[in-house]
Design a protein. Structure first.
Length: 195
């Protein structure tokens, strides 16, 4: 951004607060819907859908307490060189101090699952805007928002994703697969999109 942006009325805005407001209005309009959800249609759909049930064994595997081994594997699998979230702690710190940080992380995750709520630090994101290549950067629509998440949330997400990747192929309908791909690859693609 060149220190100014053009608003919807093609006026040049230089004040940082007004620039933020222009982006906020743009994305509120972009992501809002004039048509509200039809609750009866949603309920009707959900009543008719055949959702496969998982066995108690699979349920137990999904709901078991997180282990230090799962945390270690998750930390090792996260790529370095990525921008950290709002707390500013990059994955490199978790990798260097892994054996000192895993116990407190494990305790936090256990407490979160026990209480049914994640700590505030895991529920926030820092939204930043990246300019779209080849577009002038004085219009809101020429930026792409990304959410920067804290690494501890990424670690937890990796643990959950690894558990799910073993289960999804067993419960995913064949119609949800991309032809020519094995079920594992389709499940992996879904998990990559989600996490």
């Amino acid at each position: 951004m060149d220190g100014w942006i053009q608003n919807d009325n093609n006026e040049n805005i230089f004040d940082p607060i007004e620039i933020n407001e222009s982006f906020q209005k743009f994305y509120e309009k972009l992501y809002s819907s004039e048509i509200g959800p039809n609750t009866s249609e949603i309920n009707n759909f959900l009543d008719k859908i055949q959702i496969p049930k998982i066995s108690e064994v699979i349920k137990g595997k999904l709901e078991k307490e997180i282990t230090l081994m799962e945390l270690s594997t998750a930390i090792d699998s996260i790529k370095v060189g990525k921008t950290p979230g709002p707390d500013g702690i990059p994955i490199e710190i978790y990798k260097v101090f892994k054996y000192r940080l895993m116990a407190p992380l494990l305790e936090m995750f256990k407490e979160s699952f026990h209480n049914g709520i994640l700590p505030t630090s895991l529920r926030g994101a820092l939204i930043t805007l990246l300019p779209k290549p080849g577009k002038p950067n004085n219009k809101c629509e020429n930026f792409r928002p990304i959410s920067l998440l804290n690494v501890d949330l990424k670690i937890l997400s990796k643990v959950i994703a690894r558990r799910l990747e073993k289960i999804i192929p067993k419960i995913m309908d064949k119609d949800q697969n991309v032809q020519g791909r094995q079920g594992f690859h389709n499940a992996r693609r879904i998990l990559n999109i989600l996490f």
